[in-house]
Write a protein that binds this ligand. Structure first.
Ligand code: ADP
Length: 354
């Protein structure tokens, strides 16, 4: 198959060619002519002044005579040449700059076009994911409810082995539903279609609800969660459901990526004029500086080949970031590999409720 020419290389070749044949190409350039024309003015002026001072008329004979008498004229006569050479180099440089400028403009256009195409593809992908997720969620919900009924013995007696099998189906179904919900959420945020319900919320109540939710799981794995709140927190306008989802994602990660030692999660809440700050810190496996750079990218997962494998989609933190953005806030992550991970969530306190 014939290889397509690489457009970057063709651009470079064009530049090399243009400098390689510079002598033949550029010498005839009008820049040299400008130089001579402009430079001629000086010797003509000098000769005319000299003729005038010596009371001589403007004839070829007198001019030659003056030239022979006064050697300074030779120096002045050099001026057109100096101008011609200088203009020549200005010409070469400006031609080079011009062709470089044209090349940069061409590449910029190509990049803009490629970016537009990528954006369009990205929109198609989001629509596709959103449609497929919708189609998958409906049958999955009915699968889940029937499996739950079977599991509870509502549709007839089942034995221990059957219950074990049904529990596995239920676990996988729940995982699949979570994944689909994450995909749907993510594409809604990307498309700017996520609907948020901002309302005045008691921060301690919201956080207390999540802590209650996780208490049984933490008891099971021998973990501990502590909430410390400054006195001035009070209430803030936020979307409670989304903030709960966000905190859930982060705590779930603390559980998933815990180390061998007992898990400890500390939540510290403070507030200033601009932000409500929620700090969540765990003593888990930590995240390296390199991996922290991509943490909020969609589908990004740290390579866990050296540690234990855990279930995940790589969507959790990208959704966390979207929720924070929707609350006009920001996130900071600090971590030390093998020691701790700390998420600092800043939520704007200037949002208006409905
Ligand atoms: P996942 O579904 O893989 O958990 P996330 O977007 O929630 O996706 O997280 C992205 C990656 O960040 C995870 O794969 C994990 O490696 C890393 N990570 C997130 N939270 C923590 C944490 N508390 N401790 C260590 N690693 C974490």
């Amino acid at each position: 198959m014939k290889a397509k020419p690489d457009s970057t290389k063709t651009g470079q070749i064009h530049l090399i060619k243009s400098t390689k044949h510079w002598f033949t190409q550029k010498f005839s350039r009008s820049y040299t002519l400008y130089g001579i024309t402009f430079g001629l003015f000086f010797p003509i002026l000098a000769t005319s002044i000299d003729l005038y001072i010596n009371d001589l008329s403007f004839t070829m004979e007198n001019i030659i005579q003056l030239q022979l008498m006064n050697p300074a004229h030779w120096l002045v006569d050099m001026i057109p040449l100096i101008f011609a050479v200088s203009y020549y180099f200005i010409g070469v440089r400006s031609d080079e700059l011009n062709s470089e400028r044209k090349l940069v403009l061409k590449r910029t256009k190509e990049l803009e076009e490629a970016y537009r195409k990528l954006k369009k593809l990205d929109r198609h992908k989001d629509n596709f994911l959103s449609n497929v997720s919708h189609e998958l969620r409906t049958p999955l919900t009915s699968i889940k409810s029937y499996v739950q009924m079977l599991d509870k013995g509502i549709l007839g007696k089942i034995n221990g082995e059957q219950k074990e099998g049904l529990d596995i189906i239920l676990h996988s179904t729940n995982h699949l539903i979570e994944l689909i919900n994450d995909l749907l959420d993510s594409s809604r945020y990307e498309a700017g279609k996520a609907k948020l319900n901002f309302e005045e919320s008691d921060v301690e109540e919201v956080l207390g609800d999540v802590i209650k939710e996780f208490t049984p799981t933490l008891k099971d794995i021998g973990g501990d969660i502590n909430l410390t709140m400054e006195d001035n927190i009070g209430s803030v306008v936020l979307d409670q459901i989304k903030i709960l989802q966000l905190i859930r994602n982060i705590i779930n990660n603390s559980i998933k990526y815990r180390s061998e030692s007992d898990l400890k999660i500390d939540i510290n809440v403070s507030r200033d004029e601009q932000y409500l700050k929620i700090q969540l810190r765990d003593n888990g496996i930590g995240i390296s500086e390199e991996n922290r750079k991509h943490l909020f990218d969609k589908f990004y997962q740290v390579d866990q080949s050296l540690t234990k494998k855990v279930e995940g989609t790589g969507l959790g933190l990208s959704i966390v970031l979207q929720i924070i953005k929707a609350h006009k806030g920001k996130i900071e992550v600090n971590s030390k590999l093998g020691v701790y991970t700390e998420f600092n969530l800043f939520i704007s306190t200037s949002l208006k409720g409905v």
